[in-house]
Design a protein around this ligand. Structure first.
Ligand SMILES: Nc1ncnc2c1ncn2[C@@H]1O[C@H](COP(=O)(O)OP(=O)(O)O)[C@@H](O)[C@H]1O
Ligand SMILES: [Mg+2]
Length: 291
């Protein structure tokens, strides 16, 4: 009894965290799609609307606004290309994008991004001022001190009125301390939510983990926290049996793509064939087995 009293006298009721559903709804965002600049991807997210008294599935036309999405895969699967395309697309539409680069220094990423813009048919000079880099690749304090990184991002968001944030990659923020992965990703996720960012977090998967699942050291920690995951994979065709499944010759590499859950909207759950075009653009082609 005494123990109980002590417990209740110390415990606080946090009234600021209690909402009725109608109060919560006042702050609930409308579900709107944000175009990704990746051909074939925007149609894979959808919402359900009532049309003439019947429920109908309608395409969102992009990833859900205000979602924090994880893009995962082993190296060389097209993750960086994909987020560069997203940055270019949003900048082209006149929106400011914060791009936190953790692996490759900003001057290298910008060179690659300019190529992406060219391939997408956009003039980079017309959109370059909308892309704001935070170069954590060249600065170990930003990489190793999360409060400094988030303070820098907050400054960039306020100064440039940023609505979109990309981190390539979050894995680089907990290198050699994977025990911290969940903690790091949780703090980043909460920060991005608080600032109403639509965000893409790249996370690296180790080879050896099941190719098309979001599970991996990094991928595992990330996928449970974020709003959804997109998984990129590549498969070398080694036998005629596999060749038949993929409708590709032995020796060829097939690139695969799958949305591994999204809690903010409906989505296509099939595995898709993906390609990287000769000009270096990621493109979702068709459901596996249908082309
Ligand atoms: N300009 C390009 N033209 C053709 N292929 C490219 C081009 N740029 C990159 N690629 C191909 O795309 C692959 C994946 O690139 P990237 O997005 O950097 O992978 P990840 O970030 O997943 O490691 C590269 O290894 C390369 O094979
Ligand atoms: Mg990369």
């Amino acid at each position: 009894m005494a123990e109980n009293q002590e417990y209740t006298s110390q415990a606080q009721v946090v009234k600021s965290s209690i909402f009725t559903a109608s109060q919560a709804l006042e702050k609930a965002p409308e579900i709107i799609g944000v175009p990704t600049g990746v051909e074939g991807l925007d149609e894979l997210f959808f919402t359900v609307k009532e049309v003439d008294g019947k429920l109908k599935q309608v395409p969102l036309g992009g990833i859900p606004r205000y979602s924090v999405m994880n893009i995962t895969g082993v190296s060389d699967t097209g993750k960086s290309l994909m987020v560069e395309q997203f940055a270019v697309e949003q900048a082209h539409r006149g929106h400011a994008v914060a791009f936190i680069t953790v692996e490759s220094p900003a001057n290298f990423v910008v060179a690659s991004m300019r190529e992406r813009a060219k391939a997408m048919g956009y003039k980079f000079e017309e959109l370059e001022d909308k892309i704001i880099f935070i170069d954590a690749a060249s600065n170990s304090v930003l990489r190793e001190n999360l409060p400094d990184l988030l303070a820098t991002l907050a400054y960039v968001i306020k100064t440039y009125k940023v609505k979109f944030t990309i981190i390539d990659s979050v894995t680089g923020l907990y290198e050699n301390k994977e025990m911290m992965a969940r903690n790091v990703v949780r703090r980043i996720y909460n920060f991005l939510k608080k600032w109403y960012q639509t965000a893409l977090l790249v996370s690296q998967k180790r080879s050896g983990h099941e190719e098309l699942s979001a599970e991996a050291a990094g991928g595992f920690a990330v996928s449970h926290i974020v709003d959804g995951s997109m998984v990129l994979a590549k498969q070398l065709i080694t036998t005629s049996y596999v060749a038949k499944i993929y409708k590709r010759p032995v020796g060829e590499v097939v690139r695969l793509f799958r949305i591994d859950g999204c809690r903010m909207s409906g989505h296509d759950a099939r595995t898709y064939v993906m390609e990287i075009t000769p000009t270096g653009l990621v493109r979702i082609v068709c459901p596996l087995g249908e082309c």
